[in-house]
Unconditional design. Structure first.
Length: 237
C-alpha cells in the first residue's frame, strides 16, 4: 500500500494548516488521528504545542505526542502509535540531530513500517528533509564543501530535498547535490521547497508543487550545481 506524503517548507502557520488539512483528508478517516514526532527539535514544547494547535485546526480529531528525548521519553509508546494512527507529522528543528535520535531509539524502522502500511505522512522544514533520502553535514563550522559528506535520512520519499532556503539562494541544496555527485560518481538531484510551499507525493507519481513553484537542482560529478527546472504549481487529485 502506498500513502500520500506532504512535504511542507514551513514559514507560515496558515500555509502549514492548509497543507496539513489536505494531508489529513487523504487518510480517508472521518476523525483522523495524528502522531507528532518532535525529535528534530529536542521535543521543544513551543514547537510541539504550535504543531498540535495547527493539526487540530486542520482537522485532526486526536493528536498524540510521545517523547523521544528527556526523562519521560516513551519510544515504546511511539512504536505502538506508529502501528495505529492515520497520519504521522515529523516536526522541524535539526535534521542530523533528529535522525540520530530516531536511530538511537530504533524508531526509524517503525516509521518506515508505518509508511508501508499506508499511514499518511506530513512534515515541516527539517522534518520534510528527514523524510527524504539523504542530507549533508560538515565536520565543523569552518569546514569547506570539500570536507562535507552526506548521510542517510528516512527515505520515505525517493529523493532528497531542502526547504525555505531561497533567502541564501539554496546554498546548502547546491552543496548537497555537488557533494553527493562526488560521493557516487553519478549525477544527483534535489528539490527545493520555498517558504509558503509544499510538495505532495501520492503513490508512485511525480511530486506536485503546492502553494508556490518548487526548485529542482542537479550536479554532475566534479561539476557545479545548476537549476534543472522550476516545478510549477499543478492541479492534484
Amino acid at each position: 500500500m502506498s500513502s500520500s506524503i506532504m512535504l511542507i517548507a514551513g514559514g507560515t502557520m496558515r500555509g502549514s494548516e492548509q497543507f496539513l488539512r489536505e494531508a489529513l483528508k487523504r487518510t480517508g478517516a472521518a476523525q483522523p488521528t495524528l502522531l507528532y514526532i518532535g525529535a528534530a527539535s529536542g521535543e521543544s514544547r513551543p514547537f510541539g504545542m504550535m504543531m498540535i494547535a495547527t493539526a487540530k485546526l486542520a482537522g485532526a480529531h486526536r493528536v498524540e505526542w510521545p517523547k523521544l528525548v528527556g526523562k519521560k521519553k516513551d519510544p515504546e509508546g511511539m512504536r505502538k502509535l506508529l502501528r495505529e494512527v492515520d497520519a504521522v507529522f515529523v516536526g522541524g528543528g535539526d535534521v542530523e540531530a533528529g535522525m540520530e535520535c530516531l536511530k538511537a531509539e530504533g524508531i526509524d524502522e517503525a516509521i518506515r513500517e508505518a509508511h508501508a502500511r499506508g499511514a499518511v505522512f506530513a512534515a515541516s522544514s527539517a522534518g520534510s528533509i528527514m523524510l527524504g533520502e539523504r542530507w549533508i553535514r560538515w565536520p565543523h563550522a569552518d569546514a569547506g564543501d570539500e570536507h562535507a559528506e552526506t548521510f542517510p535520512c528516512l527515505g520515505i520519499v525517493p529523493f532528497s530535498l531542502d526547504t525555505h532556503a531561497e533567502g541564501d539562494d539554496w546554498v546548502e541544496t547546491k552543496a548537497f547535490v555537488e557533494v553527493r555527485a562526488r560521493e557516487t560518481g553519478k549525477a544527483q538531484t534535489a528539490y527545493g521547497i520555498p517558504s509558503g510551499g509544499a510538495l505532495l507525493v501520492a503513490g508512485k507519481s511525480a511530486p506536485h508543487a503546492l502553494g508556490v513553484p518548487a526548485m529542482h537542482f542537479e550536479a554532475q560529478p566534479q561539476g557545479r550545481a545548476r537549476e534543472l527546472a522550476t516545478l510549477k504549481v499543478a492541479a492534484h487529485d
